[in-house]
Write a protein that binds this ligand. Structure first.
Ligand code: GDP
Length: 346
């Protein structure tokens, strides 16, 4: 059993960790629920659980899939998942849905999606947590991804829906980032404008059955647009593919492309470097979030804030001077600096 021993797990949580590593889906679901909990004591347990599971992580193919609502993400992922199950692989699907945290409603829908896939014991599907800020949701998704890996899933798919920001975070936690597109020019332009195309390692025009000619045109336009963008990696030029998820067409070719991408990155030694960089980015994002929260809850900051905000609004203190003074509140040996002399505004 690949568990870290100094992880400080309670007896029950050790049993849970062992059941996760043994690949039990119920244990996996329970572990993710613990990770998603916002209770402080649950968070302490969740971090200990993750520490214990860490040696068992890292072996899955991590795939990010994005696209506007209705492009066919769940249909495509289900078709892909069923193909992978046929190949004897175990497949987990996690969803990052920024809409669920803002409105309470979810664009990615509920558990009834991907029913055929969900019924299979070798598959695991987890919708995004229903609350929390975007950063919170994605941080939990990163951790859920690690738990799925520890549970022995060969492929972990992280699905997200496009607002730009969620694509960036999902591209930052996966080995390959896939953009599903509709074969019409409007969709192309939106994705290019939002900077999502730049993140994509593979672009797939789904629903090609509806209008094959329009699909070819859209593919050619996208290829032309890609020549003006920097490739995501030195060893990979993003290909533009087509598919029809409802007709199960283009799915096997897509998987070949995923395998080719992995082979190219591995041959160039880029996969390990990419994951190292992602781990460090994750650490810094956690530090940024932690510092921000510490700053906002710090009593001296809270006491000084209204006056300094008014001074900045009134143009009597520069934003930079106010920021420096407030940041100074965080250091233990802090003594309030005198306010800089007022000046004429800016
Ligand atoms: P999502 O919102 O991106 O997850 O999209 P869905 O997978 O829910 O698909 C939205 C609708 O498009 C559904 O009615 C699907 O049956 C349909 N759809 C998905 N893929 C295709 C396709 O390749 N061709 C056609 N004609 N319809 C599709």
């Amino acid at each position: 059993m690949l568990l870290a021993h100094d992880s400080g797990l309670s007896g029950d949580d050790r049993t849970l960790a062992e059941a996760v590593v043994a690949g039990q889906r119920r244990a996996l679901a329970k572990a993710i629920t613990l990770i998603e909990s916002t209770r402080a004591d649950h968070q302490v347990r969740a971090q200990a659980l993750l520490r214990a599971l860490l040696p068992s992580t890292g072996k899955a193919m991590r795939i990010g899939i994005s696209g506007v609502p209705g492009v066919g993400k769940s249909t495509f992922i289900e078709a892909l998942g069923l193909l992978l199950l046929e190949q004897g692989k175990r497949v987990a699907v996690l969803a990052v849905d920024p809409s669920s945290s803002r409105s309470g409603g979810s664009i990615l829908g509920d558990k009834t999606r991907m029913e055929r896939l969900a019924q299979n014991a070798a598959a695991f599907i987890r919708p995004s947590p229903a609350s929390g800020a975007l950063g919170g949701v994605t941080e939990k998704t990163r951790e859920a991804l690690l738990v799925c890996e520890a549970a022995g899933f060969d492929v972990v798919i992280v699905e997200t829906v496009g607002v730009g920001q969620s694509e960036t975070v999902v591209a930052g936690m996966t080995d390959v980032f896939v953009l599903l597109q509709l074969p019409n020019a409007g969709d192309d332009l939106q994705a290019i404008k939002k900077g999502i195309v730049e993140l994509a390692d593979i672009i797939v025009f789904n629903k090609s059955d509806i209008d094959p000619l329009a699909t070819e045109t859209a593919m050619a336009q996208m290829r032309a647009a890609l020549t003006m963008l920097r490739p995501t990696s030195a060893s990979w030029q993003p290909p533009v593919l087509k598919a029809s998820a409802t007709h199960n067409a283009g799915i096997a070719e897509f998987w070949q492309c995923i395998e080719a991408h992995r082979a190219a990155l591995e041959a160039a030694g880029e996969l390990a470097i990419k994951r190292q960089r992602q781990a460090l980015d994750w650490m810094w994002q956690m530090i940024d979030a932690g510092l921000r929260s510490r700053f906002r809850t710090h009593p001296t900051v809270r006491a000084a804030l209204p006056q300094l905000m008014a001074a900045v609004e009134g143009g009597t203190v520069t934003p930079a001077a106010a920021a420096l003074q407030l940041l100074g509140c965080l250091s233990d040996e802090y003594t309030p600096a005198p306010l800089p002399p007022p000046h004429g505004g800016f």
